[in-house]
Design a protein around this ligand. Structure first.
Ligand SMILES: [Zn+2]
Ligand SMILES: [Zn+2]
Length: 267
């Protein structure tokens, strides 16, 4: 019979399970997965906020059609509620494992508690479980939110060459990269996107709505259309579609001219 030799101390592997980095000094998560966990904990607040909007939006719809809480439609978005409860209970559960006198709190508060104690957590043997459960739960929450809310695409992230897609909930002020978690200002990204397409042509309605959405103009589509009809704004005629096409640069120029003229008249 042969006996197997066991090392006195084996280097433990990163507990995340998606990775096989060897660790030392009692750590249970590698540096990469520790920062991933930190990012996920930081994302809880925003994901949670979007989830609450999702839950309420269903509520508003059902009461708007007279259903209310007694109607046949569910009065809240049960799917979103369920995903939110899972997120909150997993965060509270692990926070409770860390501190005996821990008291339950809302998801964002529990996430804050955990990230405040991240240096202790990365030496707990359950750190990898927390990291995985949180990543899965966040993904579930985001899927639920995406299904229920209108999502705005804000292009490729580009932060440190990140190829991730940046998305935001319509009406929200910040968007988030699905890949690296970078948070972006929606208006700034839209302005940037327009500046990249300064001389690209599009229908008057499309360009005006893009400029309005990115808060570069407040002028209405009707007004700009009048300028075009009165020959104050020139477009090019697309021979194939017989449609007039305009550029953001052209429209902004007309808005500037109109503002200057108004100022002169008022002076
Ligand atoms: Zn790892
Ligand atoms: Zn990114």
């Amino acid at each position: 019979m042969t006996e197997t030799l066991t090392p006195v101390a084996a280097a433990t592997l990163c507990g995340d399970g998606r990775c096989d980095v060897a660790l030392h000094d009692g750590f249970t998560l590698c540096a990469t997965h520790t920062s991933q966990l930190a990012r996920d904990l930081a994302a809880v607040r925003e994901v949670w906020a979007n989830l609450q909007v999702t839950i309420r939006r269903q509520d508003a719809t059902s009461s708007a059609i007279g259903g209310g809480s007694t109607g046949s439609r569910p009065c809240i978005n049960l799917d979103a509620l369920d995903k939110g409860e899972t997120l909150a209970s997993l965060l509270n559960g692990w926070a409770g494992s860390l501190a005996l006198d821990y008291r339950q709190r809302p998801a964002a508060g529990a996430a804050k508690f955990l990230s405040d104690h991240l240096r202790l957590i990365v030496k707990e043997d359950w750190a990898g479980d927390l990291a995985q459960e949180l990543a899965e739960s966040l993904a579930e929450c985001r899927r639920t939110t995406d299904r229920a809310l209108e999502i705005l695409s804000l292009g490729v992230c580009g932060f440190g060459d990140c190829p991730g897609a940046v998305t935001a909930v319509v009406g929200g002020h910040t968007g988030r990269c699905r890949e690296c978690g970078a948070v972006w200002n929606v208006a700034e990204r839209q302005q940037w996107a327009i500046s990249q397409a300064w001389h690209a042509e599009g229908s008057l309605r499309l360009i005006v709505s893009a400029l309005r959405a990115s808060q570069q103009i407040t002028t209405s589509y009707e007004t700009v259309k009048k300028w075009a009809q009165r020959g104050k704004l020139y477009g090019t005629c697309d021979v194939a579609t017989r449609e007039h096409r305009y550029t953001a640069a052209g429209i902004l120029e007309s808005v500037r001219t109109a503002t200057t003229n108004r100022a002169r008249l008022n002076a």
